[in-house]
Design a binder for this molecule. Structure first.
Ligand code: SAM
Length: 282
């Protein structure tokens, strides 16, 4: 860990936020019975309640995959986390997926989970920064990302890298949190313990940087209202005494509950928003 004498770089601050949870595979296997799974024989379908770290979880991933018509394609998943969306795209949509993430421990967890559920051949995981992609120009036809750009300070560089490694006609499919019209978010949130790891831009500035990287908009959707509806529904279910469904909070520990509450409050108060989009390299 960096000391006071050596201040954290943005990358170190981000990986420290994500990397402090010990052996996640052990924790997920221990949590599996609550998600209807068997730790001795883990199956992909039980995992996906626990391994998708974005608003809407597996439902949002499926909706975006349908919209993107990603079926059967080789795909790069930027900021893949512990590989939940990558595994879903491989298992349910027949994609051959390369996940890339800055946090070494998440890549190792992603590999072990994929191998445990028999998806080791159709998913692989690379530890690298989305700001310096280890791929040749034009290497990919489909690049996918969910909830990673909010940890990345240099959005112009991020989208330039996406544009560089996309083949002509290739598509960039994104689902991200953006700055809302309200004031600064309440912290901690699921992607940042403090403002030092959070780099939100308003939707119009994200749009301008994507266009500035030479990409063309195919589809742009403000998903904030849908995210709020889902959050209100889960609150109503909790208030009526329904048991909380299994989710990443079981894996990430009790501090995740406060992060999730703050995210809901930030959405309610217009401090953050949610955007989904598909862009194309001309
Ligand atoms: C909120 S998690 C989302 C993970 C995954 N996309 C999902 O939806 O389950 C954000 C992820 O982005 C990764 N990340 C942050 N900055 C990154 C960067 N510069 N390059 C690659 N990955 C990054 C983090 O390590 C973390 O795993």
């Amino acid at each position: 860990m960096p000391t006071d004498a050596a201040p954290c770089s943005p990358n170190e601050t981000v990986t420290a936020h994500y990397a402090r949870h010990g052996d996640l595979v052990e924790r997920i296997l221990a949590t599996l019975p609550a998600a209807g799974g068997d730790p001795a024989k883990p199956e992909y379908a039980a995992l996906h309640q626990l391994d998708q770290f974005h608003l809407g979880g597996p439902v949002a991933t499926r909706e975006l995959a349908e919209k993107a018509e990603a079926r059967g394609l080789p795909l790069l998943d930027l900021g893949c986390g512990i590989g939940g969306p990558s595994r879903m795209l491989a298992a349910e949509y027949g994609c051959d997926v390369t996940g890339l993430d800055l946090t070494e421990g998440y890549c190792a967890t992603a590999r072990r989970l994929s191998s445990l559920v028999g998806l080791g051949e159709r998913t692989r995981f690379v530890c690298a920064s989305a700001l310096d992609l280890p791929f040749a120009q034009g290497a990919w036809n489909v690049i996918w990302t969910q909830h990673a750009a909010m940890n990345i300070p240099d959005k112009a560089r991020l989208y330039q890298e996406v544009a560089r490694v996309l083949a002509p006609g290739g598509r960039f499919i994104m689902h991200d949190i953006v700055a809302g019209p309200g004031r600064e978010p309440h912290f901690p949130v699921p992607w940042a313990s403090t403002p030092a790891a959070s780099f939100l831009l308003p939707a119009n500035e994200i749009h301008a940087r994507l266009a500035g990287a030479g990409l063309m908009e195919d589809w742009w959707h403000d998903n904030t209202a849908d995210a709020l509806t889902r959050i209100r529904e889960s609150r109503a279910a909790a208030a009526s005494g329904e048991p909380e469904p299994p989710g990443p909070h079981l894996v990430m520990g009790p501090e995740f509950l406060e992060m999730r509450r703050n995210l809901a409050r930030n959405l309610e108060e217009g401090r953050v928003g949610v955007v989904e989009a598909i862009w194309r390299k001309p």
